[in-house]
Design a binder for this molecule. Structure first.
Ligand SMILES: [Zn+2]
Length: 83
């Protein structure tokens, strides 16, 4: 599955959280970056069909469940839109 969007946020522990999303805003993959180390981070989207929705990450560095709210229209698009 080719991601269409990327969403990023920051954990309380200062790790950078990244999620790659499909056109429908489901999470393809998540990762976290802290002090130059990148680790996979389980992530999922909550109510991705809404204009404002949440993405939750399980931070591999501190173990927190970090939930962040995103506006669909403000997501960064990556790659090409599906024709
Ligand atoms: Zn963390």
């Amino acid at each position: 599955m080719t991601p269409s969007y990327v969403a990023t946020s920051r954990c309380e522990c200062q790790a950078s959280l990244t999620a790659q999303l499909t056109e429908q805003r489901f999470v393809v993959s998540g990762s976290a970056l802290l002090l130059g180390r990148r680790e996979p981070a389980p992530a999922h989207s909550v109510h991705p069909e809404k204009d404002v929705f949440d993405i939750g990450w399980l931070c591999p560095f501190c173990g927190r469940n970090t939930l962040r709210t995103f506006a669909a229209s403000a997501l960064t698009r990556v790659g090409r839109p599906a024709a």
